[in-house]
Design a protein around this ligand. Structure first.
Ligand code: LLP
Length: 415
């Protein structure tokens, strides 16, 4: 877990040049903490294999949609992959470029399509025949032509957790591989759409890239079949999914992945697009929490002030996140289950972690930058955590801790 951005100095865990103890004293806990330098480094690592290539990286902002994160990537030249009208509004609020924004997702409403069209987004990733017709209709009504790509389901097993696997026939995503050619033919007859590309996304947190290459080859065979019919494809969007290291996973290096992709694409004239989410943010953030109570019993429970409502991944996917002590307490080590105060046995952040704990200690749940805060809820009427971005010695609150009043500010007691 140690990286130049999350380092122990003099026994105290720092994010860049900020000691987490100071950050907790100033901003309280639980708090998500992001390193700006780690975000920039992740972007550079992901894009290093793209120099001199015709490629566009659209950050899958569902992984973390805080405006400060979006603005960081927008300034680095990123486009965005969105899945809702709400996400598009965030892109605009953060100064992102709608012309570099692509719209994925299985359930786009006519209103969302109309709004995205009005903003001049780059492309709609179409998930069904019915959606294609809806986009055509909305575009013609608006006197516009919508750029589209068909999200093709390549029927490839991503071999990842079933909840984050999307490229099999039985998943709800995309157009069946066998039906894609026909749907493209239909699209050529629609005046409200322009065929721009083809896309796929087979799943998330892939540690073995082989299924990604298998999907790529299937996409390329379709591109060739379309070309043979005179249907030109301008861009190929390979989705996201490249895994990151949470523990000891052997994950692909993005540059190696790109090299293999370009090798397989060969001399075809295609702009390449990517939709990385996790890869750009997971290891740039942690969740800072404080031990409330120690409860040694049959199992040793350490109850902390962050819970499944703050970070759902362990409860929902049995995901493993490193949990480290912020201070320098040493022995005696004991196995602790790190659990939250929520009234569910599924409320845990980690199990059987060897830690030397005392009440009041600070812990950092690592690699929490992706699918952390975005999946947080107010379950048990818990205000959502604050978010802080560190940049060198400075720390900026990029989302305030929710107030208790905000929990019921939108509610009404009738009559
Ligand atoms: N593109 C599409 C169409 C997607 O559905 C996703 C993620 C991505 C790109 C980005 O994938 P990534 O590069 O982040 O793997 N909440 C789960 C992950 C859900 C992923 C959903 N789709 C988790 O915490 O593991």
């Amino acid at each position: 877990m140690e990286s130049p951005f999350f380092e122990r100095r003099g026994g105290r865990l720092h994010v860049e040049d900020v000691p987490l103890e100071d950050l907790a004293a100033l901003h309280g806990t639980p708090t998500y903490v992001y390193s700006r330098a780690a975000l920039v480094e992740a972007w550079q690592r992901f894009t290093s294999g793209l120099a001199g290539r015709d490629a566009l990286v659209c950050y899958a902002m569902k992984a973390n949609s805080n405006l400060a994160i979006l603005s960081t990537f927008a300034r680095l030249g990123a486009g965005f992959d969105i899945v809702s009208g709400g996400e598009l509004r965030r892109v605009l609020a953060a100064g992102g470029d709608p012309r570099k924004t692509i719209f994925s997702g299985v359930g786009k409403t006519a209103q969302e399509i109309g709004f995205a069209l009005a903003q001049g987004i780059r492309c709609f990733n179409v998930e069904s025949a019915s959606e294609l017709e809806c986009i055509d209709h909305v575009a013609r009504e608006a006197g516009k032509v919508a750029p589209i790509s068909l999200r093709v389901n390549p029927d490839v097993d991503a071999r990842t957790h079933p909840y984050i696997s999307t490229g099999l026939k039985e998943n709800k995503f995309g157009v069946d591989f066998d039906a894609a050619l026909d749907l493209y033919r239909r699209a050529t007859r629609l005046r409200g759409v322009h065929i721009a590309g083809i896309d796929c996304h087979i799943g998330s947190q892939l540690s073995d890239p082989a299924p990604l290459y298998e999907a790529l080859d299937r996409m390329l065979s379709l591109v060739d079949a379309l070309a043979a019919e005179g249907i030109g494809i301008e861009h190929l969007d390979l989705g996201g999914g490249l895994g990151v290291r949470y523990r000891d996973e052997n994950v692909p290096d993005p540059a190696d992945y790109m090299r293999e992709v370009f090798h397989r694409v060969g001399s075809r004239k295609l702009q390449l697009m990517f939709e990385p989410g996790r890869n750009l943010v997971a290891n740039a953030g942690l969740l800072l929490t404080r031990v409330i109570t120690l409860k040694p019993a049959t199992r040793n429970f350490a109850v902390v002030d962050a819970a499944m409502n703050d970070l759902l991944r362990p409860s929902l996917y049995s995901a493993w996140h490193a949990i480290v002590q912020v201070g320098s307490r040493v022995a005696p080590l004991a196995p602790w289950d790190i659990v939250g105060p929520v009234c569910e046995s599924a409320d845990f952040l980690g199990k059987e972690r060897q830690l030397a704990l005392a009440e009041g200690d600070l812990l950092a749940v690592m690699s929490a930058g992706a699918y952390g805060m975005v999946m947080a809820s107010n379950y048990n009427s818990r205000p959502r955590a604050a978010e802080v971005m560190v940049n060198g010695r400075s720390m900026d609150v990029v989302r305030e801790r929710e107030s208790f009043e905000s929990l019921y500010a939108l509610e009404h007691i009738p009559g």
